[in-house]
Design a protein around this ligand. Sequence first.
Ligand SMILES: *Cc1c(COP(=O)(O)O)cnc(C)c1O
Length: 433
Amino acid sequence: MNFYSTNGQAPIATLEKAVVKGLAEDKGLYMPERIKNLPKEFYDNIENLSFQEIAYTVADAFFGEDVPAEDLKRIVYDTLAFDCPCVKVTDNIYSLELFHGPTLAFKDVGARFMARLLQFFLKKEGAGKVNVLVATSGDTGSAVANGFLGVEGIHVYVLYPKGKVSPIQECQFTTLGQNITAVEVDGVFDDCQALVKNAFIDADLKAHMQLTSANSINVARFLPQAFYYFYAYAQMKKKGLADQLVVCVPSGNFGNICSALFGKRMGLPVKRFIAANNANDVFFKYLQTGKYEPKASVQTIANAMDVGDPSNFARVYELYGKSHAAICANISGATYTDAQIAETIKEVKAETGYVCDPHGACGYRALKEGLKTGETGVFLETAHPAKFKDTVDRILGDDIEIPAKLQAFMKGTKQSVPMSKDFASFKEYLMAQ
Ligand SMILES: *Cc1c(COP(=O)(O)O)cnc(C)c1O
């Protein structure tokens, strides 16, 4: 399958090029040339299939032309070595828990899949070492570092702002060792991102080492997230609750919801979607006005969604033929302040006993306010609440338990490379590697 750029000015790319390069030459995002409809028999029988079987069918539609069946199956099965259960919260609202992977957040699946697919292409080519640079404000770094951990032929540099990442997040990428290097930048997140961007365009570095990125612009990271939605549908169908299914996705960069919309295009019978935002409401405003007006992000307690110019908007827009009306026919929006998020976490706990993280809370609330009679809602619980322990404890006046997986990271020894925020020293460091 070939991929074209949303900006329409770059050459058509193979899957391999799209995965290795990430972004097209014209700075557009790669889109698959075709989106295959899955056969009726698949949907008729989906509730009898395992998560891995479902995911393999979906992966085959996107990657099957370029990756031999046994390799693709291995990649999918290795990526999904955990469950994502749909848990009942109220009579008509379910939580799809995407936090049972290695770093307890939904980005684990995309990161692992991308690592394995990249490794497949490198082996095939007999290519040399590839270096992944990733700037993080917390969640992306931990998912990418753990997804790529121990993968031969790839070295990962995680750049993060010193003192601006919670201790729980920091330990998930600074204690790993092996092929993962944590670079602790004396600056803010934007400085980390600038260092990464400058490295990609530097001619000396390009000649010295092969560099690539691992954020949700990469097709190998965002497309596999579609697996979640097919599996959610299967679980709800098994319960007899899939006839009028509404799926609500807490959204920041819109990679996750974009993969869901690809799923719908493949025939997945979800009635409609809701994109739940925190105070960063660019997409919500777009739905109301038809105008997309990016702005600087504002800081919130659901900080993985603090995005003022979501990259994957370009893909959503393209998918719907650049039609505002077509987008509005499938997706509605919601936006919540920190006070509303906190109120929701408290309310859900008091009424149902369920503990939401700040991102999932946006999803729950949008369903609670937006479901119509006869509809059943599933919101994506995108991270375990313990990943945001300080915030959740403060809101609930509680001391929530830290899962064993997270505690194990916290026992490790922190190792990081201190770095100033000026590019010259970062370049010098990379040139010495
Ligand atoms: C990344 C992230 C999101 C937002 O996902 P997008 O694909 O960027 O829209 C939501 N919640 C959590 C916990 C995340 O880490």
